[in-house]
Design a protein around this ligand. Structure first.
Ligand code: F6R
Length: 247
């Protein structure tokens, strides 16, 4: 289903409140909440609202385990462009999550370590019980995580090559496209489907054409986000601009 909100702020509040409900429900049963998290511009206000709820309403992350979708490769976690730095800046440094409960793909591995690492990442997700909720953005290529066009619906966590458009869109953060890594480690589409609930978020006119394709086009690897049409447990959370080309 598609849900359209007047703006990204009201939409982000709705998403943050759903996440908080899951955390509180799980903790009332003495269980961990397992969150699948995204980086990029789109979820920034979601994390801001979660931080506010932690500060003002006592929302605790003590029983939360997180798995991030992806990280550039190679990437040093201390680098400003790393998704580790992003997550610390927007969420982890401001809440009471246990550092050992945070999982983000490691961008510092040697090439020959990546395959085993990815299998372990996948196993850790399974051992944690799968994600209770997975938050997604969408790239203009139709990628979710960094599953670019051509990704298989049953793909697992792996090293991938970034699409040219994806690297162009990241060029500002890196001060030039030539500085954007050509690869990334990402959860697969199959990994994302381990989540019991999925919310794909998109704001702005810039995302309107790809949202139209993701929601309305026949499912195919040309637009990986179309695979989300397979599941009943997916919500497309849009602002009016991102929804503006839907028929
Ligand atoms: C980020 C990720 C990507 C982004 C997508 C949109 O962890 O997996 O799929 O969600 O590239 O990025 P923004 O939100 O910056 O437009």
């Amino acid at each position: 289903p598609v849900k359209v909100f007047p703006d990204k702020f009201s939409a982000s509040k709705r998403v943050a409140h759903r996440i908080a409900d899951i955390i509180n429900f799980k903790s009332s049963k003495g269980e961990n909440a397992v969150l699948g998290l995204a980086t990029g511009q789109t979820p920034v206000e979601v994390y801001a609202e979660l931080v506010r709820m932690h500060r003002e309403e006592g929302l605790s992350f003590k029983n939360v385990i997180t798995f991030n979708l992806d990280e550039y490769y190679p990437m040093n976690p201390t680098s400003a462009q790393s998704y580790v730095a992003f997550m610390k800046h927007h969420l982890f440094d401001h809440v009471d999550i246990r550092p050992e409960n945070i999982n983000i793909p490691d961008g510092t591995l040697n090439k020959d370590e990546i395959h085993d690492y990815c299998l372990k990442y996948e196993n850790r997700i399974t051992e944690a019980g799968g994600m209770d909720i997975q938050i997604l953005g969408i790239g203009r290529t139709g990628h979710i995580g960094f599953n670019e066009p051509g990704s298989a619906p049953n793909s697992g966590t792996r090293l991938v090559t970034l699409d040219d458009l994806t690297r162009s869109d990241a060029s500002r953060e890196f001060g030039g496209k030539e500085n954007v890594p050509t690869k990334a480690i990402t959860m697969g589409i199959g990994t994302i489907f381990k989540a019991r609930e999925i919310m794909l978020l998109a704001w702005n006119k810039k995302k309107a054409p790809i949202i139209k394709r993701a929601v309305e086009e026949k499912m195919s690897g040309d637009v990986p986000a179309t695979y989300l049409q397979m599941s009943e447990n997916v919500e497309f959370i849009l602002d009016e601009d991102a929804a503006s080309e839907l028929t």
